[in-house]
Design a protein around this ligand. Structure first.
Ligand code: HEC
Length: 145
């Protein structure tokens, strides 16, 4: 019984809001363009941010966090750990280009492009620079245009 009463109390405002919304629908002249612009502003801002990190223009750090950290942060499945100079030392002999080629092709338990199939070659190169630099390399991360 008390459950039913609680449900009614919750449902009433919902019905009233829905009714108010429907009433507004038929009345186009009540739409204030300025108010509408203000209301959608936060959404528009989020879209601009999404454009900034569109494929091709992500930084090494952004890619690292989104894709590479999953294995390299904790050294999963034999991945050399981020910041571990001893783990990365022998690998750095391949150089920035060699390591980028490994990451693009995939190696051992690492899938091609670390699983980030939409990463461009330049983006992989940026992420490799970020990772290797954390472990003592001083590669130049290709700049984002
Ligand atoms: C699924 C886990 C996983 C993910 C995700 C991953 N890696 Fe790896 N990575 C590995 C493993 C495992 C190795 C060691 C491979 C080996 O030597 O057998 C490795 C090795 C590497 C190496 C050294 C390659 C070499 O030739 O010694 C580089 C560079 C590298 N990863 C970059 C990246 C980058 C950049 C990303 C993100 C775009 C990434 N990895 C994402 C698992 C991963």
């Amino acid at each position: 019984m008390s459950n039913h009463r609680a449900l009614t109390r919750f449902a009433m405002p919902v019905v009233m809001i829905a009714a108010a919304g429907l009433a507004g629908c038929g009345n186009q002249s009540s739409v204030d363009p300025e108010l509408t612009a203000t209301l959608i502003q936060p959404v528009a801002r989020v879209e601009i941010q999404a454009v900034k990190i569109a494929p091709g223009s992500r930084t090494g750090e952004q890619i690292y966090k989104a894709t590479c950290a999953a294995c390299h942060e904790a050294g999963l499945v034999g991945a050399p750990k981020t910041g571990d100079a001893a783990g990365w030392g022998p690998r750095l002999a391949l150089g920035h280009n060699g390591l980028t080629a490994s990451a693009i092709a995939g190696k051992g338990a690492m899938p091609p492009r670390g699983g980030g199939s939409d990463l461009t070659d330049t983006e992989v190169s940026r992420a490799v620079a970020f990772l290797a630099n954390s472990a003592g390399a001083s590669y130049t991360e290709p700049p984002v245009e």
